[in-house]
Ligand binder design. Structure first.
Ligand SMILES: Nc1ncnc2c1ncn2[C@@H]1O[C@H](COP(=O)(O)OP(=O)(O)OP(=O)(O)O)[C@@H](O)[C@H]1O
Ligand SMILES: [Mg+2]
Length: 373
């Protein structure tokens, strides 16, 4: 896919900026605090309907302005058809999505159009951070791949909220037990589906990541990721077997859950564990090894998207080039060029990319304005 035109109005430090993007590589160069990440963030927003730095929508509106508007024009591979994406957000908390002029209620509609893989220094938290960070990562990738999964996650979250309320009520009144049975059924049904789909997706993603890691390290590093299920070992269980295990746990542990007033087992408590040559990467890996692991994962994401959708998503590389050594940087640029993946790279200077990037692929960013070099 290809984002050909971008228009930002009152977005972060951009007042009114239009930009024609190259089909291949686009490099944004500028000093700190000029708006490089803001631009990547806008592209990400047009894909995910939200921002990746954890800000509220209101933080994204240019100071003293009442709203922001983002517009993108894109094409899918193998078709000349243009899609217009438009997002409007204002201080009154109105948030509106239009695709080709038609309004949509849910931002998740965007997953059918613009897809992105983002790689930023912050991604180290996928390995270093809490289990919640890893679940968020996995769910975000899977939601872009599969709309059904997005619905599943949303419904599961609602079930957890309702069930937790009920568990708290049951601490002092017993009459809601029948209602709890209903929520238990939903919990096991939806929860087992989520776990099963996550494991199936990892079966696709991990071998790809392992292959990239081997290429990057001249076959010396074996990278792998395992799914840690809070309910116990699930091996190669079918969705039905996971559900049976879930029902058993609910049955056995209900007393504990009522005492604690919360749902203690399920996919919202699961985790991913990263290994390098059998070593736990979070506990023992160096910063460079952790970063390479993330790079492998991101490259695998690109391939997994291609496998699922027959085209590559956009690749957004925020400030990561300076953190990679020459061979890894070269691998990345070669992979992007070979597969014709539209890529936006930000960085403070161009030196690192000299020789690999053409002049017309570079834009300079200064005080919320983009200057074509
Ligand atoms: N809502 C907003 N309105 C106006 N300006 C904003 C808003 N939010 C952030 N900014 C400004 O945007 C700038 C930061 O932009 P950005 O994060 O894109 O920088 P950058 O070019 O990526 O810098 P670095 O190289 O340090 O990563 C800051 O100067 C900040 O003051
Ligand atoms: Mg930045």
């Amino acid at each position: 896919m290809y984002l050909q035109h971008l228009h930002l109005i009152n977005y972060r430090n951009y007042k009114n900026q239009e930009l024609n993007l190259n089909r291949g590589i686009n490099v944004l160069i500028g000093a700190n605090g000029q708006g490089k990440t803001n631009l990547l963030e806008a592209v990400y927003y047009l894909s995910m309907g939200g921002n990746f730095r954890g800000n509220k929508d209101l933080d994204l509106i240019l100071w003293e302005q009442p709203y922001f508007r983002l517009m993108g024009q894109m094409k899918k591979d193998g078709s000349e058809r243009c899609y217009d994406l438009e997002i409007y957000v204002d201080k009154e908390k109105n948030k509106q999505l239009k695709i080709n002029g038609v309004k949509y209620k849910s931002m998740s509609e965007l997953h059918n159009y613009l897809r992105v893989v983002l790689f930023s220094p912050d991604d180290l938290k996928i390995i270093k951070g809490s289990p919640a960070e890893r679940r968020r990562y996995l769910d975000a990738v899977m939601c872009q791949m599969d709309k059904g999964y997005h619905r599943l996650i949303r419904d599961y979250d609602r079930i957890i909220v309702q069930r937790n309320n009920l568990l708290k009520e049951l601490q002092y009144k017993q009459q809601n037990r029948i209602q709890l049975d209903v929520w238990n059924t939903y919990l096991a049904e939806y929860g087992s589906q989520i776990i099963y789909r996550r494991i199936q997706f990892l079966k696709l993603l991990i071998p790809m990541a392992r292959k990239v890691q081997q290429d990057l390290t001249q076959q010396t590093e074996r990278f792998t990721v395992t799914y840690h299920c809070s309910m116990g070992a699930i091996g190669d269980f079918s969705a039905e077997q996971i559900k049976e295990l879930f029902e058993k746990i609910i049955d056995q542990k209900l007393g504990e859950e009522i005492t604690r007033g919360t749902t203690l087992w399920g996919p919202h408590r699961d985790d991913l564990i990263f290994y390098l040559n059998g070593m736990d990467l979070k506990r023992y890996g160096s910063q460079g090894q952790q970063r390479t692991g993330i790079l492998s994962l991101k490259m695998a994401e690109l391939q997994a998207f291609f496998k699922c959708h027959g085209e590559y998503p956009l690749l957004l590389l925020d400030d990561v080039m300076s953190e990679l050594d020459d061979s890894r940087r070269h691998y990345l640029i070669e992979m992007v060029k070979k597969n014709k993946i539209q890529t936006i790279i930000t960085g403070a200077n161009i030196e690192l990319l000299t020789g690999e990037i053409a002049k017309d692929e570079v834009f300079s960013v200064s005080e919320g304005k983009i200057i074509i070099k």
